[in-house]
Design a protein around this ligand. Sequence first.
Ligand SMILES: Nc1nc2c(ncn2[C@@H]2O[C@H](COP(=O)(O)OP(=O)(O)OP(=O)(O)O)[C@@H](O)[C@H]2O)c(=O)[nH]1
Ligand SMILES: [Mg+2]
Length: 443
Amino acid sequence: RENQQASKGTSKPALGSRVALGGMASAARALGWGEGLAQWRRVALLGLPSLRSQQPAPTIPFYSTYLSRKLRKQQQHQAVVVEKDRDRDRDREPKRSIKGLRVGLIGAPNAGKSALTNVLLGRKVTAVSGKVNTTTSQTFGVVTSRRVAGHLQVNESEQERSEEKSNECSPEVTTRLMIFDTPGVVDHKHYRNMRQRERVSDAYATAALCDALVFVVDAERQLRKPDPRVERLVVEYRREVEGFGSGDAGGQAAAMPKSVLAMNKVDLVRGSRRGDLLDLARRLNDLGSFDQIFMVSSLKGTGTEDLLAYLRSVSVPHRTEEAVGHGGGAGGTGWLSQCEDEESSHDHSSYAVELVKEQVYRRLNGEIPYVLKIKPVSTKFLRDGSLRIEQDLLVNHMKKKKIVVGRKGQAIGQIGCRARAELEKQLGLKVHLILNVKVRKQD
Ligand SMILES: Nc1nc2c(ncn2[C@@H]2O[C@H](COP(=O)(O)OP(=O)(O)OP(=O)(O)O)[C@@H](O)[C@H]2O)c(=O)[nH]1
Ligand SMILES: [Mg+2]
């Protein structure tokens, strides 16, 4: 096509060879040689790749020497121009640096790890409920912030990011925090069953891959009725994490991870009891020797900004974004490229499961939330842009099915309504959520 354009005299001289041939073709047409020369031009074109790769031009005696010399000259000239352009762009681009940190939230069941994860991420990624062991496997989310000329922007969209790039010459630092929520941990003596053992292993194994650990404690509970099991965990969790080792050879996680104590639920501590928080902090620090201690409320969002600022400040620097894209190199920060692609461990389908699960834990009592399995059936976008999600809620007995459905379908109706509302809020689209309650076949 370019040759045809060239012969019409409309194309830009991108490749010297093509212009030369196009010129020959139009000259031939002017002389009335027509088809014969067009044919010959096709033969010449077939020889071009070898000219481009600077091999000696084959077979076509008439102008091959002239052509290859001319081509080579033009190619050299173009290479110089491209190199100059690249240098100029590099000088003009703002100095960019990228930092990252994998943060594992760890602690006893119900301490508020999931609630704190969601607050740090600024969106709901993991289920929160008042029941213990709501989280059964690790979940992560990524929070990206950029500091451009001293201004902090958190989780900005791609569009904003590219607009910002035109703001040249301002130094910018991108920080990605990959925040992992983990199942609640208990010490070995308190394993109730194999599933709990697996959950605890999952939590420690995740923590072992992190560069910083946030040990979350329910401060109000610990003040009201100090729990010796939690104190034991504070003493032992580091050893447990080290026991799982780091699979990231040569990575940052091979170094001792930073450890932070987050005293959560401080909003529940009122009046004179607030002074006791300092004593509790001192006592826990004696047991766990933390790098920093923060008093936070995941419910009200207080103190969480300070925690985020600290995590950003201890993030591991990386040279350039290019290096991140190539697996991280010696810094062991290859995981940062995963962060670029994935904002969280969920796709739409698993995210819907998480939000339905949250409502199941909130609405149903006893053993039902623990025996109920949620199985995604289908997730698809409809023509009007809305999302249709269908899930099966499987229980192991007819009686339990009746409880999940509720009188006149009230229970399942409420679960569905609330989960759908939360999904719509979080995803920003219309959602049709279909929940089927079924008795699963006994294995
Ligand atoms: N008042 C108050 N309640 C909180 C706070 N953080 C969490 N909660 C509540 O504590 C309960 C447990 O919170 P989760 O975030 O699910 O606790 P978790 O540590 O993830 O629990 P597991 O997943 O079971 O290990 C929920 O009812 C939360 O609403 C807080 O800062 N203040
Ligand atoms: Mg949880």
